[in-house]
Ligand binder design. Structure first.
Ligand code: IPD
Ligand code: CA
Ligand code: CA
Length: 266
């Protein structure tokens, strides 16, 4: 395993264990509302500190971009961290949440870890070396038709600027696919897409820490990722469409008539 991935795995496992231990005491946690339906708990913050400590102990010169504490340092190596993706699930005892850590080097994501502590599933990838689930190689599905496909998504839930377009896409996809799922952790959704549990995925308005690791997992598993009009700006826009190489263009085709200038970044 690449030494930088190794450190990221160590950090993700430490944070995951901390989160897992806290699932017994969710009723006693201090929870703050950041904005509408956007919560943060002391567990999010503690997990983030554990991750940052572990990474900086090994690489003191690297920079950090983390959801709860923002940026620190200045380096061509930037660790992008979501300490707990799926906080709402976590706070309700709904077992679908994960730790997400990615390394960006000179603007390119090179290492990725998504760790699900409740299922003890560790998804990892190093650019150019494939994607793995608990050390077993994973690949995206080979499904050919959208009509047979299971598609993952996330609902807009804090900002509602793209609501009408989203609902339009949703309505079409309900009728054109085998099913839609919204489990509530984008990082894990992307990891599951890489592992062949979905054939496609789309969501609007995500943050870079939700998707930095998951998108490398998908491309290393042979899948395709773009923004909603097929361009490579998803890390910036947070609008994302992913799929196996057959399903990705079909998803884009369904999405296209619903695109607004804002969704195209215009
Ligand atoms: C959220 C989850 C959710 C997605 C939201 C994210 P958080 O992350 O990934 O699935 O729909 O857009 O913000 O707030 O739980 O880290
Ligand atoms: Ca998140
Ligand atoms: Ca989070």
């Amino acid at each position: 395993m690449h030494p930088m991935l190794n450190i990221a795995v160590k950090a993700a496992r430490r944070a995951g264990n901390l989160i897992y231990r806290a699932t017994d005491k969710i009723d006693h946690l201090t929870v703050t509302r950041k904005s509408h339906a956007d919560f943060v708990s002391e567990v999010d913050r503690a997990a983030e500190q554990t991750i940052i400590q572990t990474l900086l102990e090994a690489y003191p010169d690297h920079a950090i971009l983390a959801e709860e504490s923002g940026t620190q340092g200045d380096s061509e190596f930037v660790w992008i961290i979501d300490p707990l993706d799926g906080t709402t699930n976590f706070l309700h005892g709904f077992p679908q949440f994960a730790v997400s850590i990615a390394l960006q080097h000179k603007g390119v994501i090179t290492q990725a870890v998504v760790y699900d502590p409740t299922k003890n599933e560790l998804f990892t990838a190093t650019r150019g070396r494939g994607a793995f689930l608990n050390d077993k190689r994973i690949r995206v599905t080979k499904r050919v038709n959208l009509a047979d496909s299971l598609i993952g998504t996330g609902f807009p839930y804090t900002k509602f600027d793209h609501m009408d377009a989203y609902v339009g896409i949703f309505k079409d996809l309900i009728q054109k696919t085998a099913g839609l799922r919204r489990p509530g952790s984008a990082a894990l959704d992307l990891a599951w897409m890489a592992a062949g549990r979905y054939d496609g995925f789309f969501e609007t308005g995500l943050h870079v820490w939700d998707i930095a690791a998951g998108t490398l997992l998908i491309t290393e598993a042979g899948g395709m990722v773009s923004d909603l009009h097929g361009k490579e700006t998803y890390l910036k826009t947070g609008h994302i469409c992913a799929g196996n190489p057959n399903i990705h263009p079909q998803l884009l085709q369904v999405i296209a008539p619903h695109l607004t200038p804002a969704l195209k970044g215009q």
